[in-house]
Design a protein around this ligand. Structure first.
Ligand code: C2E
Ligand code: MG
Ligand code: MG
Length: 634
């Protein structure tokens, strides 16, 4: 069209030049100026006309050449774009204005398995799996015609398998603004989508058991609390802790621990309804959220069922183990109205269930809350006590039952509380243990016990031993050996005068590790006593493997001698077997002469108790030793 227009323009121009030339010839023919020869004038006019004509012709030719070049370049560009579309890494489809496919590129053919002839003229619906159909149809109607569209679409290959694409659709309009085509470009994002959903699962579920994790559980708890408030209903939150998990994990290995956790999670799911949530918060901590509960009474059967179900034997490798559980329960909105407060309540209730001997459940009460607050205050006061030197040591003599000579003393911690006066260790050691404060407190005890014993040895000239109690945290502390070495080195006490009292429960972990640790301690020259023997569950055959020196019979067994025949039998048997294992025996809590006589007859090596002396402050001990020494020498 444009070419025609250009050629029309040049014809008009030539016609105009012809007219101009004819007019010049006619004018010169009639005007005939007198002094210029006619032929000359004609020649000039003709030449001028031809010159102008030639110039114009050249210009037109140049314009034409330029246009041709432009057209060639445009053609080349189109080819380039065509190539880019055909070989693009994205699938590209061009449809008519109704969405019927006109063109699809190579990538599309490769991705979908359709060839162009199969889909040409067909609607885009061919690519939509049934479930995605209506959604895309709607988008097509409402949005496409106007501004184009972008989004993720689930599509279907020829073979029927589906894949996710990030799709962008843009419209092509004619000169009047009417849509003539749509260009659809799609990138396969199936892998991205899969990775994304895997990440979502990982972020919300425990990978080992498939149960909800802490994040998802808190979210569900928050929702349940809101729903309970709105519908004036109650929910119950249970915290569970497996009583022997650590021991099983340590002794049978992590694989066995994993099997146990998976079994527990399956059994828990069987104990609750579909609408309840079971979660694993980490380690052996499980939670259960029961919705729609009436009161404590309606939760109790579920707690019983869980206790029963989890106590059934579990096969771990070649072993069959029985695991009991402790459960803490709290109700919302009665006990608390936020997820945070409910979690705290359930934890407190769980703690109390464990204190009550495990294998049971306990409901949260306000008293639990108050006692937790008291513990918090106690913790702050203990920090203060450590900083301001409010601790002191009392010493209780231990005698050799052969001659009743004092051979050692046990260091027992006391706290001079600024308002409460002297506080017994039973009242604060558990809190110190739980908060980890026992480690610095224990360091203080070790150093001061060694220092005062050295002083006593120097003052009396008698070599006595000092027994120091260790707590579980201290025993597990990797710095324990250094702490002992420092205490001995700084005070100058010979290690052979230091005795460490450990309890059976501290020795129940991985036996090989415990033996290693005890050997290392003994290598420093100190001796080891097993305190409160008989109160735990270890057997004498277990102790045979441990490098210890003395067994201290728990005062529970001594208390009812000579009334309780059973206790007497146990005590005498322990003494006899311990001697066979080359261990010395000390009895604690000896309060009267009958007990002492029984122990002497049964060849118990040492005794400690009120019968000889209560625990004494340093000055009183010094006095006491002077008196007994006098008595002995008299
Ligand atoms: P334990 O090591 O078994 O200490 C013996 C406890 O029995 C002491 O109580 C002592 O006063 C008491 N006792 C001694 N003879 C008799 C008696 O004839 N009759 C009766 N009824 N009781 C007697 P205490 O001093 O209150 O200590 C209680 C526990 O606190 C200790 O039990 C020990 O487990 C812990 N403890 C004490 N001092 C320390 C310490 O420095 N570090 C650590 N980790 N624990 C300590
Ligand atoms: Mg002790
Ligand atoms: Mg004891």
């Amino acid at each position: 069209m444009k070419k025609f227009f250009h050629s029309a323009k040049s014809v008009n121009f030539s016609f105009f030049l012809g007219l101009l030339f004819s007019a010049g010839v006619v004018a010169l023919t009639y005007w005939k100026p007198a002094n210029i020869p006619w032929t000359l004038l004609s020649a000039v006019t003709v030449s001028a006309a031809f010159a102008i004509f030639s110039i114009i012709q050249i210009k037109l030719n140049r314009q034409l050449a330029h246009k041709v070049k432009e057209l060639n370049e445009r053609d080349f560009k189109l080819k380039k774009l065509g190539n880019a579309v055909t070989n693009s890494g994205s699938s590209i489809i061009i449809t008519d204005e109704l969405g019927n496919i006109e063109y699809a590129n190579n990538k599309f053919v490769k991705t979908t398995g359709y060839c162009l002839t199969e889909i040409k003229g067909r609607s885009l619906d061919i690519l939509n799996p049934k479930e995605a159909k209506s959604a895309l149809e709607q988008q097509w109607e409402q949005e496409l015609l106007f501004d184009g569209w972008e989004g993720d679409v689930l599509s279907c290959r020829k073979c029927g398998s589906s894949f996710w694409s990030a799709v962008s659709i843009s419209s092509v309009c004619d000169s009047q603004g009417f849509v003539t085509n749509f260009v659809i470009s799609c990138i396969d994002i199936t892998e991205l989508k899969e990775a994304n959903s895997k990440m979502q699962i990982m972020a919300l579920y425990d990978p080992l058991t498939g149960l909800a994790n802490r994040r998802l559980f808190i979210d569900r708890l928050e929702q349940a609390v809101r729903a309970a408030k709105r519908d004036r209903k109650k929910i119950a939150l249970m915290f569970l802790d497996l009583d022997q998990f650590k021991r099983i994990n340590d002794t049978l290995g992590h694989d066995a621990g994993d099997i146990l956790l998976t079994t527990v999670s399956n059994r828990l799911k069987e104990c609750v309804r579909e609408k309840d949530t079971v979660a694993r918060l980490g380690g052996d901590e499980f939670t259960v959220l029961l919705t729609d509960v009436e009161d404590n009474l309606s939760v109790t059967p579920v707690a019983h069922q869980i206790l029963r179900a989890l106590k059934k034997p579990v096969k771990l490798k070649k072993h069959e183990v029985i695991v009991s559980t402790s459960i803490g329960i709290t109700l919302a909105p009665t006990d608390g109205s936020t997820a945070d407060s409910l979690m705290k309540n359930a934890d407190l209730a769980l703690y109390r269930a464990k204190e009550q001997g495990r294998d049971c459940y306990h409901f949260f009460t306000e008293e639990l809350n108050a006692s937790a607050l008291r513990q918090l205050v106690l913790e702050q006061e203990l920090r203060h006590a450590l900083q301001y030197d409010e601790f002191t040591l009392h010493f209780q003599p231990q005698v050799n039952l052969r001659n009743e000579h004092v051979v050692s003393v046990e260091a027992l911690l006391r706290w001079y509380h600024p308002t409460k006066g002297l506080v017994s260790p039973d009242a604060f050691i558990p809190v110190a243990e739980e908060t980890g404060l026992i480690v610095p407190i224990g360091r203080w005890v070790l150093k001061n016990a060694c220092m005062q014993m050295k002083m006593l040895q120097d003052l009396t000239g008698v070599d006595l031993k000092i027994a120091v109690n260790l707590s579980t945290r201290q025993f597990d502390d990797p710095d324990l050996e250094d702490t002992i070495a420092d205490a001995l080195c700084q005070t100058g006490l010979d290690p052979k005068w230091l005795e460490l009292e450990v309890t059976e429960s501290m020795l129940m972990g991985d036996i090989d590790l415990v033996i290693e640790k005890l050997k290392r301690l003994k290598a420093t020259g100190v001796s080891i006593t097993i305190d409160d023997f008989g109160s735990g569950y270890s057997s004498l055959s277990y102790l045979k493997k441990l490098p210890v020196d003395i067994l201290k019979v728990d005062r529970e067994f001594v208390r009812d001698i000579p009334e309780d025949l059973n206790d007497m039998e146990i005590t005498s048997a322990v003494i006899a077997v311990a001697h066979k294992l080359n261990l010395k025996v000390i009895a604690e809590g000896v309060e009267d002469i009958d007990q002492r006589d029984f122990l002497m007859i049964n060849k118990c090596d040492y005794a400690q108790g009120y019968f000889y002396s209560k625990p004494l402050p340093f000055e009183d001990l010094y006095q006491y030793l002077n008196n007994v020494k006098l008595a002995q020498t008299a």
